[in-house]
Design a protein around this ligand. Structure first.
Ligand code: SAM
Ligand code: SF4
Length: 378
C-alpha cells in the first residue's frame, strides 16, 4: 500500500536561459513571466498527490532545466512550501550562482547543491554551448561554501567532441581541486537526429572506441583521489576523507534501490505501487490542467513483476553494494551467471544468510554488457 509511505520527491523546474545543444531534457527557454504560474501549478499538483507521501520525507530533489534560473521569488516560495526532507538538493548552473542565490538556497533549508560544471576547458564548454566559464564554476563553488554548504556535487561529462585524454585528465584534476563531496561523471549521450549530432557526428564516431578507456580513466583518477566509486557514474568522498559521513546522493540512491518516488512538474516521472506515471512535456497543457484543479496529462505504465525484477537487477548492479538475489532470481540466467563468475566479472556471496550478487571491479567496467548477459531472455 503506497498511501503515506513514499519518502522521495522529485520536482522538475524546466526553465533555462538558453538550450545547450546536447541536452535532451524537458526544458523551456526564458518564459520569466510564467515562472510564478508554474510554481502555482506545482503546488497544486503536490496538493493533489500529497496523500502518497510519508509525513517524513527522506529526500526532495529540485532538478531541471535550471532550477536556479527560476525567478528568485518564485523559487523561494516553492522551497518554503515544499515538505521538509532530510536531504534537500537543488541543481544549479554555475553562472546563476550569486551570493544572494546561495543565501536564498541555504536559508530555505537546501543542504545539497548539484552544480553542472561539465568541463573546465573553455573550448569544450563552447562545443557544449555552455554559458558558464571555468571561472564561473570555481566562483560558484566558493560562493556556496561561503554560504555554508558542506555538500556540493559537481557534474562532469566526458566524450565531448574534440576532448583529448589530456583534456579529461585536466578536467578531473580541476574538479578534484575544488574538493566537492560528490561527483557525477557521465558519458556524453548524443541523440541521433539532433543538431548537435549533425554538427559533431564525425568526431563522435571517431571518439567512440576510446570511451571505454575514458571511463576507466575517470574511475582510476577519482578513486586515487579518495573518492568512493559507489555507482557506475557517481563518486563520493570515501571513508578516509568523509569524516564519518555517508555522502552518496540519497535521492538517486532511492531510484537505484528501486524505491517508490513521486515526481511533480512537466515531464516528471513517478513510480508508485508498481505503476510508472509520466507527466506530459507541454508547459501550456500542464498550466491549463492545474489551473482548473485537474491532474496533468500523463502516461501510465503498469510494471509487472518481471519488469520490476529486471529494473531492480539493472539498477542494483550499478551500485558497489551487494544485491540480494531474492527478488531478481526469476530474471537471472543461472548458466550465464556461472560463466560470468568464472570469468571474474560477477561475484556471489557464499556465507551471507541471504545470497547476494555483485559486479566485480572488472565487471563494473564492462557494466551494461555483463548485466545484459546475466538477464535471462524475457
Ligand atoms: C538535466 S541537467 C540539469 C542541470 C543543469 N541545467 C546543467 O545543465 O548543469 C543534469 C545533468 O545531466 C547531464 N547531462 C545532460 N545532458 C546530457 C547528455 N546529453 N549526455 C550526458 N549527460 C548529460 C549533465 O551533466 C547535467 O549536469
Ligand atoms: S542548462 Fe542544463 S537543462 Fe538547460 S539546456 Fe543546458 S544542459 Fe539542458
Amino acid at each position: 500500500m503506497t498511501a503515506g509511505s513514499v519518502r522521495h520527491l522529485y520536482v522538475h523546474l524546466p526553465f533555462c536561459a538558453h538550450r545547450c545543444g546536447y541536452c535532451d531534457f524537458v526544458t523551456a527557454v526564458g518564459r520569466r513571466d510564467q515562472h510564478d504560474a508554474y510554481v502555482d501549478a506545482l503546488l497544486r499538483e503536490l496538493a493533489l498527490e500529497q496523500s502518497v507521501l510519508s509525513p517524513r520525507l527522506e529526500t526532495v530533489f529540485l532538478g531541471g532545466g535550471t532550477p536556479t534560473f527560476t525567478e528568485p521569488a518564485a523559487l523561494a516560495r516553492l522551497l518554503r512550501t515544499l515538505p521538509e526532507a532530510e536531504e534537500l538538493t537543488v541543481e544549479a548552473n554555475p553562472e546563476t550562482v550569486t551570493a544572494g542565490l546561495a543565501h536564498l538556497l541555504r536559508s530555505a533549508g537546501v543542504n545539497r547543491v548539484s552544480l553542472g560544471a561539465q568541463s573546465f576547458r573553455p573550448h569544450l564548454l563552447r562545443v557544449l554551448e555552455r554559458e558558464a566559464t571555468p571561472e564561473d564554476v570555481r566562483r560558484a563553488v566558493h560562493l556556496l561554501r561561503d554560504a555554508g554548504f558542506d555538500n556540493i556535487s559537481l557534474d562532469l561529462v566526458y566524450g565531448i567532441p574534440g576532448q583529448s585524454p589530456a583534456d579529461l585528465d585536466s578536467d578531473l584534476a580541476d574538479a578534484v581541486a575544488l574538493e566537492p563531496e560528490h561527483l557525477s561523471c557521465y558519458e556524453l549521450e548524443a541523440r541521433p537526429g539532433t543538431r548537435f549530432t549533425h554538427t559533431h557526428g564525425a568526431e563522435l564516431e571517431r571518439q567512440a572506441d576510446a570511451l571505454e578507456g575514458y571511463f576507466e580513466h575517470v574511475v582510476q583518477a577519482l578513486t586515487a583521489s579518495g573518492y568512493r566509486w559507489y555507482e557506475t557514474a557517481n563518486f563520493c568522498l570515501g571513508p578516509t576523507r568523509a569524516e564519518g559521513r555517508d555522502l552518496r546522493a540519497r535521492h538517486n540512491l532511492g531510484y537505484w534501490l528501486g524505491r517508490d518516488y513521486l515526481g511533480l512538474g512537466i515531464g516528471a516521472v513517478s513510480t508508485l505501487d508498481g505503476v510508472r506515471h509520466r507527466n506530459g512535456p507541454s508547459l501550456g497543457a500542464y498550466l491549463t490542467a492545474l489551473r482548473s484543479g485537474q491532474p496533468p496529462a500523463r502516461e501510465l505504465e503498469t510494471l509487472d513483476r518481471e519488469t520490476r525484477a529486471r529494473e531492480r537487477l539493472l539498477l542494483g548492479l550499478r551500485l558497489d553494494e551487494p544485491l540480494e538475489v531474492r527478488g531478481v532470481r526469476e530474471v537471472v540466467d543461472a548458466a550465464a551467471a556461472e560463466r560470468l563468475a568464472e570469468r571474474g566479472l560477477v561475484a556471489f556471496s557464499a556465507d551471507d544468510r541471504e545470497p547476494t550478487l555483485t559486479l566485480t571491479r572488472r565487471g563494473r567496467f564492462l557494466g551494461g554488457g555483463v548485466t545484459a548477459e546475466l538477464l535471462a531472455d524475457g
